[in-house]
Design a protein around this ligand. Structure first.
Ligand SMILES: NC(=O)c1ccc[n+]([C@@H]2O[C@H](COP(=O)([O-])OP(=O)(O)OC[C@H]3O[C@@H](n4cnc5c(N)ncnc54)[C@H](O)[C@@H]3O)[C@@H](O)[C@H]2O)c1
Length: 528
């Protein structure tokens, strides 16, 4: 949706107005007593006792973001592990990107110098029995194995999304966590994003009316030479070697030390990566990654399902293809075609039950999702279309709210400020004002103080560990525990099956039950 800057400011102003009307008393009441934004907002407290001793496993792109965002008052990083020399260095030095500072800058050189570095999670676990918990940010194919190794070593686990490569792995992770009596959290950070929580509250209070459609998208353009994903024709052996020489040399030495002359054999047999290329470019292959639905779609389906009351979907269907990287010479340079296996364009449709679906099967809400690689005109986000209003979540950091235009009650649309009125039934309702000017606050306040949720996710993880909290999310427990992470994984992984088998997949309750062995990836109705 293309909105003018003025319309965007109005939309943000409307959102803040609605939030402050509905939540003022809670926020004012809570803010005084507790130390951090997340603790105030989500009502966990400061940590009693020492910060939790943590090991970081995987300090690549995302691990380095988490290191930058980690909360030292809650978390004491004792050690980090990464297979790749370059990423071990990055943990300390950062990489010049403003979201990846490195620990030297984050903690100061002296404190950072005490953090030990290891090559893999097993070395780290062996050297540091005192570590209480781990944060895992390794490629998808190894989430389950690394998490299970850590749980069995007695560590609480916060693992990045997607929870695992298969649903049966998700179930195993939950089982092991239960057996070991350890916490298992999954890094879908929108559960800890204040903006999303506020948006969800507005929806729950009925401000948007009847929601029949949510549209989510993450569109990128990889067609420009020099863009991150531009990998002409795949890497030649020579250019690959040149680009990753430090990592290859380090791992070759590690392989030799472990009795292997062949690096790929060592990686496959000891570490679960079929080759060096697949360790580095894991996102592009099916046996190491989960495609766009796992990497991007899972976050946004997670958000959509929260907005719809955390209900399970009814069914999904869609199309996905290698429509850009698989095409030679049409609208893009020949050499763009490469050997990746995952789709570069996906378009999915999900049917979710509306609040009265039990009584009336017409009460269905549709969620569509697209992720494409050849156009980024539209910013990523989710738009919730309700019968009384529209909510736009933009790039995890902005929220805009508009009233539906109405002939009878007047006003509305993208150019009008809103007032929130008490509706007849005591719930808030939207009303539009004739004024078109945003308030000063809208232009400046925004959500600058609100993080995407990474810090809050790690704070709460540590808080639950220190206070031995094992409750469900509604009672103050982890907001994205294994059971929720598995739900998100099911949506992403069934999308891949729907696209592969060209089928409409109807979700089965038993897939969502960690104690039931039934999983979609082996369901004969899907794969036959
Ligand atoms: N929550 C989010 O918004 C978000 C964003 C990006 C990525 N992620 C997730 O984070 C995870 C990592 O993604 P990335 O982009 O950082 O990948 P990456 O390839 O940049 O980094 C992964 C790192 O893990 C290391 N590694 C692999 N196995 C290891 C082991 N056994 N022990 C120690 N180190 C090991 C690799 O050497 C590599 O450096 C993925 O699951 C991804 O989906 C989440």
């Amino acid at each position: 949706m293309q909105l003018t800057p003025e319309q965007q400011r109005l939309g943000k102003d409307n959102f803040h107005e609605a939030v402050s009307f509905t939540r003022r008393s809670f926020l004012v009441g809570a803010a005084a007593a507790v130390p951090t934004l997340g603790a105030a907002y989500f009502q966990y407290g400061s940590l009693n006792g020492n910060p939790v001793k943590v090991g970081f496993i995987g300090t690549g792109d995302e691990g380095s973001v988490l290191l930058t965002q980690h909360p030292p008052a809650y978390m004491d990083i004792v050690a980090c592990a990464d297979l790749r020399e370059v990423n071990r260095k990055r943990a300390l030095l950062g990489d010049g990107n403003e979201v990846r500072w490195g620990l030297n800058r984050k903690l100061g050189r002296e404190a950072a110098s005490k953090i030990k570095l290891y090559r893999d999670h097993k070395e780290l676990l062996k050297a540091h029995p005192e570590i209480e918990a781990v944060v895992i940010a390794v490629p998808l194919c190894q989430h389950a194995q690394v998490a299970i190794d850590c749980l069995k070593a007695g560590k609480h686990v916060l693992t990045e999304k997607l929870m695992a490569h298969t649903v049966s792995q998700c179930k195993e992770m939950i089982q092991v966590a239960r057996k070991e009596n350890k916490l298992l959290a999954v890094g879908h950070q929108r559960h800890y994003n204040v903006l999303y929580d506020n948006a969800n509250d507005l929806i729950k209070k009925g401000l948007l009316g009847d929601i029949k459609f949510i549209r989510a998208q993450w569109h990128r353009n990889n067609s420009f030479p020099g863009s991150d994903s531009w990998r002409p024709g795949g890497y030649s052996a020579e250019s690959f070697r040149k680009k990753f020489s430090a990592d290859i040399d380090g791992l070759t030495a590690y392989a030799k030390e472990s009795g292997f002359d062949d690096l790929d054999k060592f990686l496959a047999e000891k570490l679960g990566y079929p080759s060096m290329d697949k360790l580095v470019n894991w996102r592009l292959y099916r046996d190491t990654g989960g495609g766009l639905m796992a990497e991007l779609g899972s976050h946004q389906l997670d958000a959509a399902s929260i907005f719809l009351g955390k209900v399970k979907p009814i069914a999904c269907y869609g199309y996905g293809g290698k429509n850009f990287y698989g095409v030679k010479g049409i609208g893009s340079p020949d050499q763009q075609a490469d050997d990746r296996e995952v789709e570069d364009h996906v378009y999915m449709t999900f049917e979710f039950p509306g609040p009265h679906y039990g009584e009336d099967k017409n009460d269905v809400t549709i969620v569509t999702y697209s992720s494409i690689s050849t156009n980024r005109m539209e910013p990523y986000g989710e738009t919730v279309f309700g019968s009384r209003g529209t909510l736009i979540m933009k790039e995890e950091l902005e929220a805009m709210l508009y009233k539906e235009a109405s002939k009878n009650t007047g006003g509305g649309g993208a150019d009008q400020r809103l007032y929130i009125l008490d509706g007849n039934d005591g719930l808030p309702a939207l009303s539009a004002s004739a004024s078109t000017g945003p308030t000063k606050a809208a232009a400046t306040a925004d959500v600058g103080a609100v993080s995407r949720g990474y810090t809050e996710e790690m704070e709460h993880f540590c808080y639950c560990i220190r206070n031995n909290i094992r409750e469900t999310p509604d009672k103050g427990g982890l907001r994205c525990p294994g059971e929720q992470g598995m739900k998100d994984a099911i949506m992403a992984l069934t999308s891949n099956l729907a696209m592969k088998h060209h089928k409409r997949i109807v979700y089965k309750d038993e897939w969502f039950d960690p104690d039931n062995a039934a999983v979609p990836e082996t369901d004969p109705e899907i794969i036959s």
